[in-house]
Ligand binder design. Structure first.
Ligand code: RP5
Length: 159
């Protein structure tokens, strides 16, 4: 069963979605994915969101990135917005961040599909002990990598 629904504004956003997919698979969180554009297929976006039983949405879009906000307009479930980088960057970033009062989108950094999935997992973990444990293990894994990297730098520099 899908706990997370990933919606991309275009197939060209797939490399960013793949970062989210990697994290969701690592945590064993079921997901579905679709391409639906806020501007080019608005009715499809509405249909996907209103017909979804997922707990969290991840909406990924670039340029004038209306998709996360439009997804949020159709649901009271949490929406994580991922701005996709491009020639300008601030266009997508501000489109996701600058939502009007009452219709929030939790914005992550440019192309940070991975962080969107971690945030979605944290939302799900409030009521899911298995996902909570996976998140704690992931934190430990990251800390161990920093220590290992530090030891390697020291060894390589030879000080
Ligand atoms: C946005 O426009 C999409 O989310 C994508 O990031 C960007 C470019 O779309 P394509 O021209 O690649 O379809 O709607």
């Amino acid at each position: 069963m899908s706990k997370v629904s990933i919606i991309m504004g275009s197939k060209s956003d797939l490399p960013v979605a793949e970062k989210a997919i990697g994290i969701l698979k690592k945590f064993g969180i079921g997901f579905d994915i679709a391409v639906a554009s806020a501007h080019r297929t608005p009715a499809r976006v509405e249909e996907l969101v209103k017909g979804s039983s997922a707990d969290v949405f991840i909406a990924i879009a670039g340029l004038s990135a209306a998709l996360p906000g439009v997804v949020a307009s159709f649901t009271v479930k949490p929406v994580v917005g991922v701005p996709v980088s491009g020639a300008v960057n601030m266009d997508a970033l501000l489109s996701v961040v600058q939502m009007p009062p009452g219709i929030p989108v939790a914005a992550v950094g440019l192309d940070r599909g991975d962080n969107a999935a971690v945030l979605a997992a944290e939302i799900i973990a409030v009521n899911d002990e298995g996902v909570r444990k996976a998140l704690v293990a992931y934190r430990e894994e990251q800390a161990e990598k920093v220590i290992a990297d530090s030891e390697k730098v020291v060894a390589d520099v030879g000080c």
